[in-house]
Design a protein around this ligand. Structure first.
Ligand code: HXC
Length: 257
């Protein structure tokens, strides 16, 4: 692949992206952000790719934003450059993606994993928002996404003490959808991704949009959004195909139209 900080492979209709800055435990710097924006945009634009898995190394998904890069930056530089605001482009990718987390997912690393549609953890995963120990606070959505995922008390516990949470606690707290042995992490994520990649592409985008709207609006509006999008999907060829295939007792063959 042509990225300085990522290794990208395709497995059929699934894109596998590995963070690859081993010398810094995959700390997120400007180069990784640039590469992630490019890789996610390429995935979103490629009709042949239907799901993406983002992973790190055995030791670290990502140990946070790069402290050495942030060390000398003051308010004017951070605000002027909208520091790490570019992660919105990763988060707002339309097609589904999975974070497969092994080892450390701290600070921005935990926040990046929480941007995923689904998070799978290895039994070695360690999550935390330790920014308070650096005299700061989460800056890539952690205070909002962690709170939505695990609730107020545990989110406060995590951000105020800066402690780490292991995989068992993370699963219990609904931070991740499941925990698997570390040796199986990428295979399990690729398997789940292949299942998703086998679905009708427009339906996959619609299902993702609906669940995300649950975080953005009130119940009645969310339900109306869902119903209208459901109505809309009924105008697709893949709806005719999917329901026809069920009645004819055969697998659906999707066109993405
Ligand atoms: C820069 C980092 C780094 C980071 C690790 N490294 N984390 N470099 N930024 N976030 C580097 C170390 O400096 C070291 O480089 C190498 O990676 C290996 O790390 P060690 O500390 O030697 O490994 P270990 O003893 O196993 O400890 C692992 C660790 C620890 C517990 C994960 O590295 C750690 O606490 N890292 C920082 C975690 C953190 O505070 N994250 C939050 C960052 S703030 P050398 O050159 O010495 O070998 C943040 C804000 C997000 O994320 C919002 C932004 C807008």
């Amino acid at each position: 692949s042509d990225y300085e900080t990522l290794l990208v492979e395709t497995h059929g209709a699934v894109t596998l992206v590995r963070l690859n800055r081993p010398q810094a435990l995959n700390a997120l710097n400007t180069a990784i952000l640039r590469d992630l924006i490019d890789a996610f945009a390429a995935y979103d634009a490629d009709d042949g790719q239907r799901c993406l898995v983002l992973t790190g190394s055995e030791k670290a998904f990502a140990a946070g934003a790069d402290i050495k890069e942030m060390q000398d930056q003051g308010f004017a530089q951070m605000y002027g450059a909208n520091f790490f605001g570019g992660f919105e482009k990763v988060w707002s990718v339309r097609k589904p993606w999975i974070a497969a987390v092994g080892g450390f997912a701290l600070g921005g690393g935990c926040e990046l994993a929480m941007m995923a549609d689904i998070m799978i953890a290895a039994d070695t995963a360690r999550f935390g928002q330790p920014e308070i120990k650096l005299g700061v606070a989460p800056g890539m959505g952690g205070s909002q996404r962690l709170t939505r995922a695990v609730g107020k008390s545990k989110a406060m516990d995590m951000v105020l003490t800066g402690r780490m949470m292991d995989a068992v606690e993370a699963e219990k707290a609904n931070l991740c959808s499941k925990v698997v042995p570390a040796a199986d992490l990428v295979d399990e994520a690729l398997k789940m991704a292949a299942t998703i990649a086998g679905m009708a592409p427009l339906a996959a985008i619609a299902n993702k949009e609906m669940v995300n709207v649950a975080f953005e609006t009130g119940l009645a509006t969310g339900i109306l959004f869902e119903r209208r999008l459901f109505n809309g999907l009924c105008a697709t060829e893949d709806k005719k195909e999917g329901m026809g295939a069920f009645v004819e007792k055969r697998p659906g063959v999707w066109t993405g139209r």
